[in-house]
Design a protein around this ligand. Structure first.
Ligand SMILES: Nc1ncnc2c1ncn2[C@@H]1O[C@H](COP(=O)(O)OP(=O)(O)OP(=O)(O)O)[C@@H](O)[C@H]1O
Ligand SMILES: [Mg+2]
Length: 443
């Protein structure tokens, strides 16, 4: 419509000058109006456009906004999600950290608990182990004690058995009683251990003879004299002679008050009894000469007068030599003159090794085996000394004393060293096959 108006106005304008002018003015006005209208239309249109545009814009904006919003919300959501994720992550991390910490703490606590428990268990274990070790030690000790006891009992049993066997053997070997019958007289009996020559001595004495027992030291001479007194049921008197033994010891003396003092010899001579003159070869020659008279004529001049011998007077003398004077072993012995010797039945008293063994065993009933070892060594030494003619003595007395030492608790080595080979020179030790250091064979 605006265009038609414009066209009409333009035609009228073109046909008149006025019109021209008017047209011009009108056209101008119309133009202005048109222009205005157009402008208005345009404006309206523009407004419409603007509205449309606005609407569109609004729509677009809305869409955009929506998109944007969506995007934004998406991004926001993403961001939120990311943040949430991050936060979650952080939270998780924190939680994780906390958990870790908690776990660590729990772990630490648990570990401590476990460690404590472990330590307690270990301590208990140590304790138990200690108790076990102690119990084991105690058991071991008890076992050792029991074993020792068993060994001891076995040893005791074996020893008792050995002693019993030895005692039986001894009982079998040794007739408990030595019986000697002299002519028509009653038989005489001796119980216990006795020397192999005892019956000879009893026989000689029973025959009314005086007896001189000659033999090395410790073979049992003095003991035999005592046994014979018992066998004859007689009182036993003894006097040991030495170079300084005075006459008065045999024949008695008067004191300052005129009182006579008798002697054992006087008692036996006058009232009957067995007189032992020990170590006759040590006696002074003058004293022996005085004795000769009493022994031959059975009458003796005592300080208070002559006394006749009792029929039951018996005399045993002992000597280590045959009256030939001293030698390297028996120094200071007197030579017994022929007259003295002539008054005695001389009986050799050698070492009776069976007797030596029996006596030694009797003195050490708890150590028979050790005693036999000692006796064996004594015999070996004795044989070696005799073979090599060494001036050393291994008497039965030594073996018997060694047995007493064993019984008292000494070792075999001690018993031999203290009693058998003591004080011996190095040369003799070597000749006898003994160790130079004094160790006499280990236990
Ligand atoms: N028949 C026996 N019964 C028990 N012990 C005995 C017996 N014979 C000897 N003895 C003992 O032997 C040891 C030596 O004996 P005795 O003293 O009689 O010997 P001896 O020959 O007289 O010695 P010595 O020549 O040194 O005087 C003594 O300890 C003694 O107790
Ligand atoms: Mg003697």
């Amino acid at each position: 419509m605006a265009t038609e108006t414009v066209m009409r106005c333009a035609d009228a304008l073109a046909r008149s000058p006025y019109a021209e002018r008017t047209m011009e003015t009108t056209s101008r006005r119309v133009a202005a109006e048109v222009a205005r209208t157009i402008a208005d239309e345009r404006v309206a249109h523009a407004d419409e456009i603007v509205r449309a545009a606005a609407a569109a814009a609004k729509d677009t904006a809305t869409e955009t906004a929506r998109q944007v919003a969506e995007e934004t919300s998406a991004s926001l959501a993403a961001e939120a999600a990311a943040r949430t994720l991050k936060e979650s992550r952080e939270a998780v991390a924190e939680a994780l950290g906390e958990s870790r910490e908690a776990v660590r703490e729990t772990l630490g606590t648990e570990r401590r608990k476990v460690e404590e428990e472990l330590a307690r268990t270990r301590a208990e274990l140590d304790d138990t182990q200690g108790q076990l070790t102690e119990a084991l030690g105690r058991t071991r000790r008890e076992l050792a004690e029991a074993r020792e006891e068993v060994v001891l009992s076995a040893g005791r049993f074996a020893r008792d058995e050995a002693v019993r066997v030895v005692a039986e053997a001894v009982a079998e070997q040794v007739p408990p009683v030595v019986e000697v019958r002299v002519a028509e007289a009653d038989p005489v009996r001796v119980g216990g251990h006795s020397h192999v020559v005892l019956p000879d001595v009893l026989l000689a004495l029973g025959a009314g003879c005086h007896v001189l027992l000659v033999g090395p030291a410790g073979t049992g001479k003095s003991m035999m004299a005592r046994q014979t007194a018992e066998a004859f049921g007689q009182e036993f008197h003894a006097l040991s002679l030495g170079p300084t033994t005075p006459m008065s010891k045999i024949f008695g003396y008067y004191d300052a008050h005129g009182q006579y003092h008798g002697t054992p010899f006087r008692s036996a001579f006058e009232h009957g009894g067995l007189m032992l003159l020990d170590e006759l070869d040590s006696g002074h020659p003058g004293l022996l000469a005085e004795l000769n008279q009493a022994l031959s004529i059975r009458s003796c001049a005592f300080a208070d007068g002559m006394v006749a011998a009792h029929p039951e007077f018996r005399l045993i003398a002992t000597a280590n030599t045959y009256g030939t004077g001293g030698d390297r072993q028996y120094v200071g012995r007197q030579a017994l003159d022929a007259a003295t010797l002539d008054r005695f039945v001389v009986i050799d008293v050698p070492v009776d090794e069976d007797l030596e063994e029996r006596i030694a065993l009797a003195h050490a009933p708890s150590r028979p085996e050790d005693t036999l070892r000692v006796i064996e060594e004594v015999r070996r030494l004795r044989a070696t000394a005799a073979e090599k003619r060494l001036p050393v003595m291994f008497s039965p007395r030594a073996g018997i004393d060694a047995a007493k030492l064993l019984q008292a608790g000494a070792s075999v080595e001690q018993a031999i060293r203290w009693r058998v080979v003591r004080g011996m020179s190095a040369a003799h030790r070597s000749a006898l096959g003994l160790a130079a250091d004094g160790g006499e064979g280990a236990e």
